[in-house]
Design a protein around this ligand. Sequence first.
Ligand code: PLP
Length: 334
Amino acid sequence: MRVIDLRSDTVTKPTAAMREAMLRAETGDDVYNEDPTVQRLQATLAERLGMEAGLFVPSGTMSNLLALMAHCERGDEYIVGQQAHTYKYEGGGAAVLGSIQPQPVEMEADGSLDLARVAEAVKPDNIHFARTRLLALENTMQGKVLPLDYLARAREFTRERGLALHLDGARLFNATVRLGCDAQAITRHFDSVSVCLSKGLGTPVGSVLCGSRAYIAKALRLRKMVGGGMRQAGILAAAGLYALDHHIERLAEDHAHAQALGAGLEALGYSVEPVQTNMVYVDIGDRAQALAKHCAERGIRLTVAPRLRMVTHLDVREADIQTVLDAFAAFARS
Ligand SMILES: *Cc1c(COP(=O)(O)O)cnc(C)c1O
């Protein structure tokens, strides 16, 4: 039975062509700064994002951790969305390992943070308070793309307040493909940007943190400290370079599949949130467990959640969407 795994876009397997590229990769010891393929990946992505430098790291979690620690000192604070990945899904790393206090703020329906709310959360310079240093945004945020004019306003706001601005751009390229813009239309507003290669871009491992040369030098030291210095990592970086060349434009296919899935589910009477990129959120309520079981029996893997998230990716084909819709239709009748 063919398995259709909609739990996440992290489940993709490297394609044959990507494995070929990995096989051919030139390598060296990257801790000695001698891996030409890692250097090429870092330089390529940094250039594409309009940043001075990049740093290859094993995961998005480490990339965000280094990003926060390179912006903030012990006892500083960062402002972040209540549902943001850096705050909610990274084990509290910024607080645990960085001694950085998070100040979460309720998020708006479009995935942004209301800048008036953020302004209220910024602490005055007073011995009672942690020093607010940074605002962290996420794009895409649960599949939603932050509007470009919002990013411009966030940049202006942080400049006025003397705060740095970080982007958790795990799915940055889903946002650029949706908007039909180049990466810099988004990244030019930020001091630092973290991009995941192992989500929709389909590599087995890796993220890249980009920023100024001085900032990345700081992050490099922190990467070694947290154990993220890798040796012949060019094998992994080659997958990233391959993905940047071959797997960005095709994200439009994932978005089309998600649109078709969302529209089909709506036609079946399910309550579906508007679909912007590769994520479909459906309100399943207390039938989540039963639905997941029903689908698993048909080779469809789902996360069990009342607000069910389904994610399209490289390993989901057009024909799979109909298979999934048929399974949901049968479930609705049952
Ligand atoms: C997946 C993800 C991360 C972390 O990436 P890992 O490689 O899984 O550690 C960070 N931010 C967002 C928005 C993500 O979706």
